[in-house]
Ligand binder design. Sequence first.
Ligand code: SAM
Length: 264
Amino acid sequence: MPSTRRRVVPTPRLGSTVVLRPTSEPGVRFPSEVDTVEARDRRGQERAITGNRLTSWAFAEAYGAPDAESAEGTALRWARERAREAGVRAVSPGTGDALRLLAAVSGARAVVEIGTGTGVSSIHLLTGMRPEAVLTTVDTEPERQQFARQAFRLAGFAANRTRIIPGHALDVLPRLTDGGYDLVFCDGDRLEYLECLAESLRLLRPGGMVCFAGVFAGGRTVDSAAAPTEVRRLRELLRAVRESPQLTPALLPVGDGLLCAARV
Ligand SMILES: C[S@@+](CC[C@H](N)C(=O)[O-])C[C@H]1O[C@@H](n2cnc3c(N)ncnc32)[C@H](O)[C@@H]1O
């Protein structure tokens, strides 16, 4: 047996640990026949189900990752490193896959993103969008957007595929065209999500889609404990989206929760 390092995924609530024995290629996160699950403090079938589910989630998160040597893979790795250094919470790989899929199935020609960061989610969106489509991306931090600009170049996207706007979401969104967009992706200030929802309804064409990242708030959204303002606002958002007659919602359990809704 070759000596390989183990990746350990802790599960705080259950007090158990899933150990993924890595596949033969370093860095490749696909479970193989030798992947095993060791869930401590659990018994029999319950232990296997819990462990298998966590392994499946880890597998799903890594599933659509691009080839590490491709331009997209190189750019994503670079953008993630810049995000880590800057303390920016980039979308998870699984969230990125979902965004790319949604951009592709909606045949997106015009997309708005709130929260450029260093460009991780933007690259996923651009990859799914039509070849001539334009991503309008907004962030309050122009230095982060400079990194994003470099990442887009590394990924091979022409400069005219992106419109990079420094500014606050609630200042910029009102200036964008009514009904002019296929997809709005919100990953900025969680306290402003409800206002972004209202703006999105105006910006989206019928059948267009709005998505909000991070709606689980690390599990606090569904926790019954007293919640800070951000979590209470996220619960209001979840309710508003579900109850809106203008929206068809789905809450996708990727990353830290991706709330999506199509405009009727
Ligand atoms: C979670 S990060 C975005 C990560 C990015 N979507 C990615 O996956 O790489 C949130 C970003 O939103 C920006 N931001 C925070 N408040 C904002 C606001 N009111 N308007 C626009 N951007 C904002 C922050 O500067 C930060 O870069």
